[in-house]
Design a protein around this ligand. Structure first.
Ligand SMILES: CC(C)(COP(=O)(O)OP(=O)(O)OC[C@H]1O[C@@H](n2cnc3c(N)ncnc32)[C@H](O)[C@@H]1O)[C@@H](O)C(=O)NCCC(=O)NCCS
Ligand SMILES: Nc1ncnc2c1ncn2[C@@H]1O[C@H](COP(=O)(O)OP(=O)(O)OP(=O)(O)O)[C@@H](O)[C@H]1O
Length: 196
């Protein structure tokens, strides 16, 4: 089973691109979603989060996303600590999931690959990029976040220039149709080259 990472900064269009691969039959693992599920359902993860952030980290049994976002995206040390709880649990679950898939390769969609120096964990890494202003606008339109809140997250992500140098494939996600064509071409190459 070959492992392909799909990454990109906030609002670049990772989920949009991931869906295009899924439509072509590629199994896709959504790390943001699975991380939140584990933060709610894994006793070990939940206990560590409560020890670090207090009971307010959960509200009516649900993850208190607003509270946690305020705690971590303006405090690099706390973000590091949260990452150190969540990322190993997600990686373990991803590998358990990956071995069960019946496909030549699987995709892990995740915002943080180069930031965590995890690129060698994958057979190849696809990077989705778009100009910073476009990304800001997309996220503001999508969920009404403020510019400041989005910028606070961007500060914890590496720049596109740095990531382009490390990626195997780069998709500039501007026109949806062009992005779809790039996804089809990359899928064919990955199938022909055994995930590389
Ligand atoms: C703080 C939390 C609860 C906020 O949840 P929320 O629904 O608002 O955001 P969500 O998780 O869907 O992430 C949306 C985007 O924010 C950015 N982002 C999320 N986590 C991080 C992080 N640790 N570092 C930098 N950017 C991040 C990414 O661009 C991501 O795609 C959540 O982001 C979280 O628990 N993050 C830490 C764990 C993590 O890294 N999860 C994501 C990948 S495993
Ligand atoms: N090429 C595009 N043209 C116009 N809108 C787009 C394009 N690609 C994505 N979008 C829209 O921009 C928003 C952000 O895209 P998406 O959710 O796929 O990004 P993401 O990288 O997964 O974001 P996040 O880091 O917040 O998880 C969505 O509302 C999506 O529909």
């Amino acid at each position: 089973m070959k492992l392909v990472g799909l990454t990109g900064g906030i609002g670049s269009g990772k989920t949009t691109v991931a869906k295009m691969f899924a439509d072509l039959g590629v199994p896709v693992y959504d790390s943001d979603k699975e991380a939140k599920r584990l933060m709610r359902s894994s006793k070990k993860v939940k206990k560590a989060i409560i020890e670090l952030f207090g009971e307010q980290a959960y509200k009516n049994e649900k993850l208190n996303k607003k509270y946690l976002s305020n705690q971590v995206f303006n405090n690099g040390e706390m973000l590091k600590k949260l990452n150190a709880i969540v990322h190993p649990a997600v990686r373990k679950h991803f590998l358990e999931w990956a071995v069960k898939q019946k496909a030549p390769y699987v995709i892990q969609e995740t915002a943080l690959i180069f930031e965590n120096q995890m690129q060698d964990f994958y057979d190849s890494v696809i990077l989705v990029i778009a100009p910073q202003d476009t990304r800001l606008q997309r996220v503001m339109n999508r969920d009404g976040s403020s510019k400041e809140a989005i910028r606070a997250r961007m500060k914890h992500q590496r720049s596109d220039v740095e990531k382009i140098a490390l990626a195997d494939y780069v998709i500039e996600n501007l026109e949806i149709e062009t992005t779809k064509q790039k996804v089809s071409a990359i899928n064919l190459t990955l199938l022909e080259n055994n995930g590389r």
